[in-house]
Design a protein around this ligand. Sequence first.
Ligand code: SF4
Length: 350
Amino acid sequence: MNKTLVQLPSLNLESLKNMVSDWGFPAFRAKQIIDWRNKGILNPDDMRNLPQDLRTTLNQKLCCQPLKQVQRQCSEDGTRKYLFSLQSGKTIETVLIPEPERGTVCISSQVGCVLDCPFCHTGTQKFEANLTAGEIIAQVLAVKEDLRNNPLPSDLHDQVTHIVYMGMGEPMANEEALHESLKMLMAEDGLHISRRRITVSTSGLTPQIERLGEIHPVNLAISLHSALDDERNTLVPINRKYPLQTLRTCLNLYPLPHQRHITLEYLMLDGVNDRQEDLQALLQFVNPERERVNLIRFNPYPGSPYEGSPTEHMNKFAQDLISKGIRATVRRSRGQDIMAACGQLKSSAA
Ligand code: SF4
């Protein structure tokens, strides 16, 4: 299949209507195709109410299935990690995190990452490509299809309800595809997911955060990991370009719906950013009215240079924040047994 073909997952109803008419079919067929697509059915041969000649045309004129599932691993807690290959043969990972009340898909935005955070497994893989909006959306559609074909245990939610851009890559460094994919996720003729259920996680590219707030003010998560510039320069090297003060000003201006908060992600590394001075700096940095802190357990990967903080220490750190009026939680790690937890994604089938 030619990768320069338009990708079905990125098309809206209007554009598809025009295409279908140009190909000589009635425009109402576009709606049927979109309905199949939104259920995660991308193979025209499975779109049962389409005439054969339209299925053939779709196969010829569009890239209907930009992703191919190479591997799927299922954790004992229900988490599923997928390895998909793109048309180029490059691979990415996507994670489904099912819970009783919701189903969250963690999507990748790049192959590898342009940034180089030393604690991150993805960051050890060199940047290879930006994903297209179609490839970003196709991850969600592929998970939907998998959920239909391979149902979860009945105590877990069987639909995709939430999306987090927290997989491989820095979404803000692939800004055009980020915005295009957000539009498609939220559109009525797209996946129709409320912006309140979508979170973009970034290491802190402030001009892009400002534009996100102006154009698609979805939930925002910041990979903070330290509130001391010197330390953050090492842990999140983009801090050298956009230091904490710049980030502070930017976060103060990000539009927040009523009772919503920006999440500050804080990966706890033993003896690195979990000391008393780190706590003090964090207490000073956080704006308790608008932000909450999510303390994350470090998931070691082979060859990682850090150790995670002990659980008791994490709980104490959280309690110290809470006692000063800051919303703080220790995030439960999911899918650790299949290396699907935060910061563990890397595209290999090994
Ligand atoms: S933490 Fe995020 S921004 Fe940093 S290297 Fe990993 S994927 Fe890239």
